[in-house]
Design a protein around this ligand. Structure first.
Ligand code: 5GP
Ligand code: MN
Length: 338
C-alpha cells in the first residue's frame, strides 16, 4: 500500500493547472544532480503523454553520468541559451519548480522565474520552502523529488500514463538521492513504488550500472590521490575532511561530475560519522557534507557555510581561499561535540 502523503487540495489544484495549460516549463536547481534531472525528465515524459508543449530548463550543465537518459538532449541549458530560456519562462502558462525550495537555487534564472506570469507549482523535499509558488508541495520526509513525481502522477489518476522512460527517470532520481538505497531509504513505500516501476519495464540493474559504473580513469586516479594524500581524519570528532584545489582539478584533468560521491567514501571508515568535501570552484569554495545518524550536517552547513540541505546530506559555500575554509572548519568543529 502506498499512503496519500501529499495534500489532496494541492493535487487537485495542480491537476487543474495541468488541465488548462498548454505551454509548460519544468525548471530545476543549479548543478543539477540525479534527482533534479530524473524528476524533471519523469514529469517531462508524463506531460508529453498528455500532449503538452513542455520544456525542461536547467541553469547549467548536467553531469556526464546522466547522459544516457531518454530526453536528456531535449533539455535547455540556460548558460548556453539564456535568451531562449528566459523567453520560454515568460511564455509558460505553468511552471513546475522541482527539487529546490528557494529562487536563489536557480542562480541567474531567479529573476526570470519570479517575473514569469504563469502559475507555479513547487514539488520538493528540502526544508523551509520559500513562498513563491501558487502550489507548494514540500515534503522533507520523502527521500527524493522523483518519488514525489510518482506520487503526484498517481494521485492525479494517471498511473497508466507512466511509460517506461518516465519510470526509468523516477527510478534514477530515487536511486541517486538515496546513494542507491543506502541512506534515507528505510520507508517501506519506497520499495512498493519500485515494484510498480519494475512493472513498467525498467531494468534497475542496468540503470545502476549506467550511473555508477560509468566513470572515467581520471576520476579513479584523482580518487586515489585524494584518499592517499588529502584525506584528513579527526578521530576525536569522528570526522573526515577531503579538499581539492583548483590547481589539482587542472592537474588531474577533472570534468564536471568526476568528484560526485567522493564525500560519501570516508563514511565507510569505521566510526566516521561526519564527512566533508571541499572543492575550489572558479571564485568560491563549494562544500559537501554527509553524516550518519542524528548528527545534523545541514545545521553545520547553515551555521558556518551559508548552506543547508537535509539532515545527512547538505552543502554550502565559502568566499575565500581553501586554506581559510579549512581553518574555519577546524575552528568550529569542536563546538558540535561538547
Ligand atoms: P551535494 O553535496 O550533493 O552538492 O548536496 C547535497 C544536498 O545539499 C543537496 O540536497 C542540496 O540541495 C543541498 N545543498 C548543496 N549545496 C547547497 C547550498 O549551497 N545551499 C543549500 N541551502 N543547500 C545546498
Ligand atoms: Mn533531491
Amino acid at each position: 500500500m502506498i499512503t496519500k502523503i501529499i495534500t489532496e487540495e494541492h493535487i487537485q489544484k495542480a491537476k487543474k493547472y495541468v488541465g488548462y495549460a498548454d505551454k509548460i516549463v519544468i525548471i530545476t536547481h543549479l548543478s543539477p544532480d540525479g534527482d533534479a534531472i530524473g524528476s524533471s525528465l519523469a514529469l517531462y515524459h508524463f506531460l508529453q503523454e498528455l500532449d503538452k508543449q513542455v520544456n525542461v530548463i536547467i541553469p547549467n550543465a548536467f553531469p556526464d553520468f546522466l547522459k544516457w537518459m531518454k530526453g536528456i538532449n531535449d533539455i535547455l541549458v540556460y548558460e548556453d541559451f539564456p535568451d531562449i530560456a528566459v523567453e520560454l519562462l515568460a511564455a509558460a502558462e505553468l511552471i513546475f519548480c522541482l527539487d529546490f525550495n528557494e529562487p536563489k537555487r536557480v542562480g541567474d534564472l531567479a529573476p526570470a522565474l519570479l517575473d514569469a506570469p504563469g502559475k507555479k507549482v513547487m514539488i520538493d523535499h528540502h526544508l523551509n520552502p520559500g513562498k513563491f509558488c501558487n502550489v507548494t508541495m514540500s515534503y522533507p520526509e520523502i527521500s527524493s523529488t522523483g518519488e514525489m513525481i510518482f506520487r503526484f502522477i498517481c494521485r492525479m489518476g494517471y498511473f497508466e500514463l507512466i511509460n517506461k522512460y518516465c519510470a526509468e527517470s523516477i527510478y534514477t532520481a530515487m536511486m541517486t538521492d538515496t546513494g542507491a538505497f543506502t541512506y534515507n531509504s528505510n520507508s517501506p513505500e519506497i520499495y512498493s513504488i519500485i515494484k510498480e516501476l519494475l512493472g513498467k519495464g525498467i531494468n534497475k540493474d542496468e540503470i545502476y550500472a549506467k550511473v555508477y559504473n560509468n566513470y572515467s580513469p581520471e576520476r579513479f586516479r584523482l580518487m586515489g590521490y585524494l584518499l592517499y594524500e588529502k584525506m584528513k581524519i579527526y578521530p576525536e570528532y569522528k570526522t573526515a575532511l577531503i579538499t581539492l584545489s583548483g590547481e589539482e582539478i587542472k592537474r588531474f584533468n577533472c570534468k564536471k561530475g568526476d568528484t560526485e560521491g567522493f564525500v560519501n567514501i570516508p563514511l565507510s571508515i569505521k566510526d566516521i560519522m561526519f564527512s566533508v568535501f571541499m572543492r575550489e570552484d572558479e571564485n568560491l569554495i563549494k562544500l559537501s557534507f554527509r553524516s550518519v545518524g542524528d548528527f545534523a550536517s545541514n545545521i553545520f552547513a547553515s551555521d558556518n557555510f551559508n548552506g543547508g540541505g537535509h539532515l545527512n546530506a547538505s552543502g554550502g559555500e565559502f568566499q575565500g581561499k581553501i586554506e581559510e575554509a579549512v581553518s574555519l572548519f577546524e575552528k568550529v568543529l569542536p563546538n558540535y561535540f561538547q
